[in-house]
Design a protein. Structure first.
Length: 202
């Protein structure tokens, strides 16, 4: 075979090999990018379950509700325990024990909902709720009864309003279910404490 023909065939073979290698490399790179994109998409989809997450800022109000309700529940339990020891009235003591039982249960249910939504609730009450705890902890007897009952009436009126709003206008289905389920309990508490308050006025 003439030298010129042999040189041409060798050159053609080399070019073909180079092209094959480039194609494979390009294919691998494409696969890697595709995998990265899928992972990003999955992460974004996962974030849609997080209340107030970057993927759905419209649920920020639900997140705020959860945080407020969790803190308020902790306050109710703390004040209920104080009522059991500091109150003079047997009815107030009984109401305090009911607060501990009912709100401990509600707190656990809300914590489970929050965990499902990637929301970490604080194990401590907010400053405004802690203030009520500190104020009432310093009172005893009839003074405690009056202050506690007034505070419980006002607090439960506010709670009922907030839970009604969340149950009807909330964005997150699970949070709405919690609000709807807990609302009758709060209404029962409000009715109960109002009766105690009416009895104290006589």
């Amino acid at each position: 075979m003439p030298f010129g023909l042999m040189a041409f065939l060798a050159f053609a073979s080399g070019c073909g090999g180079g092209t094959s290698t480039d194609t494979t490399t390009s294919g691998d790179t494409s696969t890697t990018v595709s995998t990265t994109t899928d992972t990003s998409t999955d992460a974004s989809a996962s974030n849609t379950t997080a209340i107030g997450g970057n993927s759905d800022t419209s649920m920020a109000e639900d997140r705020e509700f959860v945080m407020e309700a969790a803190s308020g529940g902790l306050m109710e339990v703390a004040l209920g325990k104080i009522a059991a020891t500091n109150a003079a009235s047997a009815q107030v003591k009984e109401f305090g024990r009911m607060m501990v039982t009912d709100h401990t249960k509600a707190n656990a249910e809300l914590k489970a909902v929050a965990a499902k939504k990637n929301v970490t609730v604080s194990p401590h009450p907010m400053e405004k709720h802690q203030k009520h705890i500190d104020e009432l902890q310093a009172k005893k007897g009839a003074d405690f009864d009056k202050a506690y009952v007034e505070m419980m009436v006002d607090d439960h009126k506010e709670d009922v309003s907030k839970f009604e709003d969340e149950a009807s206008k909330g964005n997150d289905a699970d949070v709405k279910v919690f609000a709807t389920k807990t609302l009758p309990v709060l209404k029962k508490h409000l009715e109960h404490i109002q009766k105690i308050q009416d009895g104290m006025k006589k």
